[in-house]
Design a protein around this ligand. Structure first.
Ligand code: ATP
Ligand code: MG
Length: 364
C-alpha cells in the first residue's frame, strides 16, 4: 500500500483545491514556517478518520474548515481525499486504487467515502487496520512527537519500531491470543471446580430422585382416586339430572292439566260475564220500568187525591141538594111519624086494655 496522491480543499490553510502527487521513493515537502507543511500531514490524519481535535491542532472539529483570509471567504466544506495504490486488493470493488475521502460541511454534516461510495467511519478504520495504517500504527509522527521518539526508553522505542514495521499487529494478536488462552484456562479451572461440586451433590440428588419417584407414584395414585371421585360424582349428577328431568316432565303435565282447567274456567267466566251482561241489561230495563211505574203510581195517586177532593165536593153538593130536596119530605115524614107515634100509643093502650081483659080472673 503506497500513498500516491492527496487532494485537499477547504481544509485549514488550503482554501483552493490542491493536489500533491507522490512518486515512488521518498517524498519531501519543504517550505517556510507557517506555510502549511504540518497541515498536509494533518489532512492525512483527518482523512484517516481521526476524531480528537487535538490530533489536528484545533479546539473543535469545525475549526479544520478554512476560516477565511483577507479577500477570501471562509470555506463551507472541507474535503480531503487520499489515494493509495492498492496492492493487497482490500478496496471495495477490487480496484487497483483505494480512495479514502472525508468531508465536513460548516453545518456539521460529515461523510466518509471509500472509492467514492459512502461508508461508516468504522469501515474506514477497518480498511486502514487491514493495510497496517490503524490507529496505533505510528505511520504519522507529528512535529512535536519527534522528541518523544528520541527520548523514549529502549523497550518503548523497540515497540515503536515494531509498530512501524508492521509487527505490532502480530504482537497485538499474540497478546490477544494469550489473553484468550488465560481466560479459557480460568474457565477450565472453574468448570473443574463446578464438576467436583456437582459430583458432591449427586448422591443427595439421587436420594431426592427416588423420593421424587415415590412422590410421582403417590401423585399418580392421588390422580386416579380423584378421577374415580370425579367419575362417581358425574354418575350421581347424571342420575340427579334424570330424576330432575322426570320431575320436570311431571310438572309439565300437571301444568298442562292446570292450563286446561284454567282455560275452562276462563270460558265459564266469559259465559258468566256474558250472562251477567244480559242480567245487567235486563235489570236496567226493569229499573227503567220500575221508574216508569213509580211515576205512573205517583200520577195515579195525584189523580186519586184529586178524585177524592172532587168526590168530597160532589158529596157535599149532593148532601146540600139532598138536604134541600129531603127537608120538606123529612118534615112530612116526621109529621107522619108523629101521627104514627100517636096511633102506636093508642094501639098500645088498646093492646094493654085487651091484655088486661084477658088476664082478669073470672068471677066465681
Ligand atoms: P512550521 O514550519 O512552523 O511547522 P508549517 O509549515 O508546519 O510551519 P502549519 O502549522 O502547517 O505550518 O500551518 C500553519 C498555518 O495554517 C498558519 O498560518 C495558520 O493561520 C494556518 N491555518 C491553520 N488553520 C487554519 C484555518 N482553519 N483556516 C485558515 N488558515 C489556517
Ligand atoms: Mg509544522
Amino acid at each position: 500500500m503506497r500513498l500516491t496522491r492527496i487532494r485537499i480543499k477547504g481544509f485549514k490553510s488550503f482554501a483552493d483545491e490542491t493536489e500533491l502527487v507522490f512518486d515512488r521513493g521518498v517524498g519531501v515537502i519543504v517550505g517556510p514556517n507557517g506555510s502549511g507543511k504540518s497541515n498536509i500531514a494533518e489532512s492525512l490524519r483527518w482523512a484517516m478518520a481521526s476524531q480528537a481535535p487535538s490530533e489536528v491542532r484545533v479546539a473543535s472539529g469545525l475549526d479544520v474548515l478554512f476560516s477565511g483570509s483577507e479577500g477570501r471567504a471562509a470555506a463551507g466544506l472541507a474535503e480531503v481525499e487520499l489515494v493509495l495504490e492498492d496492492e493487497g486488493g482490500v478496496a471495495p470493488g477490487g480496484r487497483p486504487e483505494l480512495s479514502i475521502m472525508r468531508r465536513l460541511s460548516r453545518d456539521g454534516e460529515s461523510a466518509y467515502l471509500l472509492n467514492r461510495l459512502p461508508v461508516r467511519r468504522l469501515d474506514v478504520h477497518e480498511v486502514l487496520a487491514d493495510v497496517g495504517l490503524g490507529r496505533d500504527s505510528h505511520a504519522i509522527i507529528g512535529q512535536n512527537q519527534v522528541d518523544q521518539v528520541l527520548l523514549a526508553s529502549p523497550s518503548a522505542r523497540r515497540g515503536l519500531i515494531e509498530e512501524v514495521a508492521g509487527l505490532g499487529k502480530f504482537k497485538r494478536r499474540r497478546v490477544r491470543a494469550q489473553q484468550k488462552l488465560n481466560r479459557v484456562e480460568r474457565q477450565l479451572v472453574e468448570a473443574r471446580a463446578r464438576q467436583a461440586e456437582i459430583q458432591g451433590r449427586l448422591r443427595p440428588l439421587a436420594l431426592q430422585a427416588s423420593a421424587a419417584e415415590r412422590a410421582a407414584l403417590l401423585e399418580a395414585e392421588l390422580l386416579e382416586l380423584r378421577l374415580e371421585l370425579v367419575l362417581s360424582a358425574t354418575a350421581e349428577a347424571r342420575r340427579d339430572r334424570q330424576a330432575r328431568q322426570a320431575d320436570m316432565r311431571e310438572a309439565k303435565e300437571a301444568q298442562a292439566a292446570l292450563d286446561t282447567q284454567a282455560a275452562a274456567i276462563v270460558a265459564r267466566r266469559q259465559a258468566a260475564e256474558t250472562a251477567l251482561g244480559a242480567l245487567v241489561t235486563e235489570q236496567e230495563a226493569a229499573s227503567r220500568l220500575v221508574q216508569r211505574l213509580d211515576a205512573a203510581v205517583e200520577r195515579l195517586r195525584d189523580r186519586a187525591v184529586a178524585l177524592g177532593e172532587r168526590r168530597e165536593e160532589i158529596a157535599a153538593d149532593a148532601r146540600a141538594q139532598a138536604a134541600q130536596l129531603l127537608e120538606p119530605r123529612l118534615r112530612r115524614a116526621v109529621e107522619r111519624g108523629d101521627g104514627l107515634d100517636q096511633a102506636l100509643v093508642r094501639l098500645r093502650e088498646r093492646g094493654i086494655a085487651l091484655i088486661a081483659d084477658q088476664i082478669r080472673p073470672e068471677p066465681g
